[in-house]
Design a protein around this ligand. Structure first.
Ligand code: DGY
Length: 320
């Protein structure tokens, strides 16, 4: 049997691929920090059997039509809103993602965003670096407490639950809103299910952990920010599309809410001159939720296991 041809849309470490070289023929985009241009991808996909791609690749109907032999897409992310799933289904192309392996790392980063935003960590680091520290003062760079406050998690999937476990360790009360009740989490973490509106009204930290779908697009909008406490801190570590960024900007500028910690944006990469970047009450990270070396390696390995499972085993481990 000829080996299936796999295209990898970004340069990844050779040692991750080596164990699979007896099974597959690989082609790879040779740049680590730059996405493959779409016209190159379309050209490359002509003969491939499998695609290992990132969330920077928009895999839509047109792209799929350019890949007549494509059988499987292994997406290196738990979210897969970059792929038009209906079009993949129509063509019988299997899609896999990378759940579980990134849960704890992404929850760590979400909690880092909460801490950094509430305790003004970025401002504090800038303060000392720019040599503005003259005296210790009672309210110098004083932020908000996290311990014993109320966290409201919107989207109680695996990562939401991992965030809730961390919150529990900080003595926080946990509210959550989700499509369905999570009875185990309610028992284990004393998490309380509430309506979306109730959560917005009661939480000190409103944390978006929902995947981006038609029903979650821009759910954090002017109306939602208007329902939050003026002391509330909004955290987004899921997808930028869940937020109306103009409304968020206004809510932060007018102090309708206290602050926001963001890892994701409507358009990525967001530019340094975006008005959100000029606010001292916004802490912004460049989509690094799962960015530890261990987790990014595990995500790539899971993509390759999915491809091997599909072509040589009992099927992929984590189809969506
Ligand atoms: C995901 O997996 O969906 C993240 O956003 C990237 O780690």
């Amino acid at each position: 049997m000829t080996k299936p041809l796999i295209y990898i849309s970004r340069k990844i470490p050779k040692e991750i691929i080596v164990p699979y070289e007896t099974k597959f023929e690989f082609r790879m985009w040779e740049k680590e920090n730059e996405p493959v241009p779409r016209r190159v991808l379309i050209q490359e996909l002509k003969e491939v059997d499998g695609l290992l791609c990132l969330l920077t690749e928009k895999v839509d109907k047109d792209l799929l039509e350019a890949a007549p032999q494509l059988k499987i897409i292994a997406n290196m992310a738990v979210g897969y809103d970059n792929i038009t799933i209906d079009s993949a289904n129509d063509r019988g192309v299997v899609v896999t993602n990378t759940p579980d392996v990134l849960t704890e790392t992404t929850a760590d980063l979400t909690f880092t965003l909460m801490l950094a935003t509430a305790r003004r960590i970025v401002e504090a680091a800038d303060y000392i670096r720019s040599d503005r520290w003259e005296h210790w003062s009672p309210y110098l760079l004083a932020g908000s407490d996290i311990h014993h406050k109320t966290i409201g998690i919107v989207g109680m999937g695996r990562i939401g639950e991992a965030v809730a476990r961390r919150a529990k360790g900080f003595g926080m009360s946990v509210l959550y809103h989700n499509r369905s009740r999570k009875i185990e989490a309610e028992k284990e973490l004393q998490a309380k299910y509430t309506s979306f509106d109730q959560l917005l009204k009661e939480a000190d930290f409103v944390v978006s952990m929902v995947p981006l779908t038609d029903s979650t697009r821009k759910i954090f909008n002017r109306e939602a920010f208007g329902k939050m406490k003026s002391s509330a801190i909004f955290i987004n570590a899921s997808r930028g599309g869940t937020v109306d960024e103009d409304d968020l900007l206004e809510a932060l500028q007018t102090k309708e809410i206290k602050a926001a910690g963001l890892d994701v944006y409507t358009e990525e990469p967001i530019r340094g001159d975006h008005p959100l970047m000029n606010l001292t009450n916004a802490v912004c990270f460049p989509h690094i939720g799962s960015a530890s070396i261990e987790t990014r390696t595990a995500m790539l390995q899971l993509c390759l296991e999915n491809l091997a499972g599909y072509f040589y085993g009992d099927g992929p481990k984590t189809p969506v």
